[in-house]
Design a protein around this ligand. Structure first.
Ligand code: ATP
Length: 513
């Protein structure tokens, strides 16, 4: 646990030191769970967004994007169920006065059981060596099976109680499991209460005509209310999708994990409209497609897993999370939800406007069903950043800090370094920068010894360093150094563009899907 915390602290401080993420309003001691993206962070974030947009919108003939406003008519949130049901169950510890999400306390308890299972697996791997059959061990070892069954039973009971709004049973479960406040160790809990997560605001200048509004808690509703506009003007035929990226706001109860859970964050969502009755197939297809998108970034298959929901939201008939192994354990990164016709039907009722599709093949009118994929951009940023930050011990015994960002996402693709600040080398380096910057984000760096500059670029996540030296003057060649392997190659200046492009082009990464 301590090791995990250390690793996470390193992630937070590295993000600040290398210009990725700053606390919002830091000079006023910050604002809780609100963050600003700095000069490198904004590039990484934009690259992740582009990588998603390319894969989800531009590579599909039947998916288009929109950019709806953050403000929406307040009835939207009545129709979507957010006014009545967008609550988290909260519980206070009477001794520490700390507030927790009751479901998160219980999920953390189950995560500890999972950690125990992992420990057993590790021990057995050591004991049995080559002959170890993990699947069989997980299915038959009595201790492991007991942990697993206990965890499943707890989640099932919690899911049921939350669904039935039986908050007394959620509290009873916390007490039966003897869950203590992580801060004070006390088991002195208040009752569990519901807390609405939407931020309210007002539209209009005069007090009596002002309208109560909410900052949108998800981008999805902007897609639903535009469904017919897009379908008609884009002449879309079912099945088709509408995607968007944008800010969402939630007054989160617990927000302690850096950019994992923020009060202002960005989502990347796609709603896929299908014929009623076909939603299960599409749900499976999108689960698979989204996992492949993640795997295309090469961050290790073992770091992802699906978590199928026991407790379904009011709008869903199936739901799963793609979980990623963050420094604090496996947590939700993306949700895939089969939302039925809940949203469109409800908007139809509340607006009095028909939101139906005429299916020319069936010669029939119906409200489409929807499968949604929803990922937090900031959470994806944290997944990529925390996975990429590594400490390596080199052959000579020294260590280096390297941010092994997938090259396609790296903020700066290459740094051009004149070996010395004289003899015409800076001029050549500048010329290379000016030429490459049409295609890639590149940097020029002439300060300090070249070795230190390499280390600086390694830690900032730049995949290539291009060094201009005295041989360049003779034969127009430069050294290109690869961040991950530290391998160095001599190449012609004219080859640089295609060499870098090969490694950073979105196409070459998405083709792995
Ligand atoms: P959680 O259970 O972690 O609160 P959720 O199930 O409420 O998340 P969804 O409503 O399904 O989340 O939102 C889709 C995605 O948006 C999540 O998978 C996550 O990546 C992201 N997300 C949700 N809430 C936040 C937040 N407060 N900060 C950052 N990202 C968030």
């Amino acid at each position: 646990m301590a090791k995990q915390e250390d690793q996470f602290k390193k992630v937070v401080s590295h993000a600040k030191e290398y210009g990725y993420v700053f606390q919002s309003s830091e000079i006023y001691d910050g604002l809780s769970a609100v963050y600003d993206y700095a000069q490198n962070g904004v590039e990484l974030k934009k690259n992740i967004r582009n990588y998603w947009w390319k894969a989800m919108v531009q590579m599909h003939e039947n998916i288009v994007g929109i950019d709806a406003a953050i403000f929406m008519h307040p009835t939207t949130w009545k129709a979507s169920g957010h006014v009545d049901a967008f609550n988290d169950p909260l519980i206070d510890n009477k001794d520490s006065k700390k507030r927790y999400r009751a479901d998160v306390l219980i999920e953390d308890y189950v995560a500890k059981l999972e950690a125990k299972i992992e420990k057993e697996v590790k021990k057995a791997t050591k004991r049995f060596g080559e002959a170890f059959d993990k699947e069989q061990f997980l299915a038959t070892n009595p201790r492991v099976v007991a942990y697993k069954e206990k965890g499943e039973a707890i989640l099932k009971r919690m899911g049921k109680s939350l669904e039935n709004e039986d908050l007394a049973d959620v509290k009873a479960l916390i007490e039966e499991l003897e869950i203590a406040c992580p801060l004070s160790g006390s088991k002195n809990w208040t009752d569990v209460k519901q807390f609405n997560l939407m931020f309210g605001t007002k539209l209009g200048a005069s007090a009596d005509t002002a309208m109560d509004l909410y900052l949108r808690p998800e981008t999805a509703q902007g897609i639903f209310v535009n469904f017919l506009n897009v379908q008609k003007t884009g002449r879309m035929k079912i099945p088709f999708g509408i995607a968007q990226t944008g800010k969402a706001f939630r007054n989160e109860i617990v927000a302690r994990q850096f950019i994992f859970r923020m009060r202002e964050f960005e989502q990347m969502e796609m709603q896929f409209f299908v014929r009623p009755g076909t939603q299960k197939e599409w749900y499976e297809k999108w689960k698979e497609t989204r996992l492949k998108w993640h795997l295309s970034l090469g961050m290790g298959e073992e770091n992802y897993r699906f978590h199928d929901h026991e407790k379904l939201a009011h709008y869903a008939d199936a739901a799963a999370d793609i979980e990623f192994k963050f420094p604090f354990g496996f947590k939700e990164l993306e949700g895939i939800h089969s939302r039925t016709d809940f949203d469109l039907s409800s908007h139809e009722k509340h607006s009095g406007k028909k939101l139906q599709y005429f299916d020319p093949e069936l010669n029939e009118r119906y409200i489409p069903y929807v499968v949604e994929t929803s990922i937090g951009l900031d959470r994806m940023f944290l997944a990529v950043f925390s996975h990429s930050l590594q400490e390596e011990t080199l052959e000579n015994g020294t260590t280096r800090t390297v941010l092994k960002l997938p090259a396609v996402l790296a903020p700066t693709k290459a740094a051009v370094l004149p070996l010395v600040k004289k003899d015409g080398l800076p001029e050549i380096a500048r010329k290379i920068v000016n030429d490459l910057k049409w295609d890639f984000n590149v940097a020029y760096d002439e300060k300090d010894a070249v070795g230190r500059r390499y280390r600086r670029q390694d830690a900032a996540g730049t995949p290539f360093c291009i060094t201009v030296d005295h041989d360049t003057l003779k034969d127009n060649t430069v050294t290109i150094r690869y961040r991950d392997t530290m391998e160095q190659k001599r190449v012609k200046i004219e080859e640089l563009r295609s060499l870098i492009n090969e490694e950073v082009a979105i196409k070459n990464w998405l083709m792995r899907m």
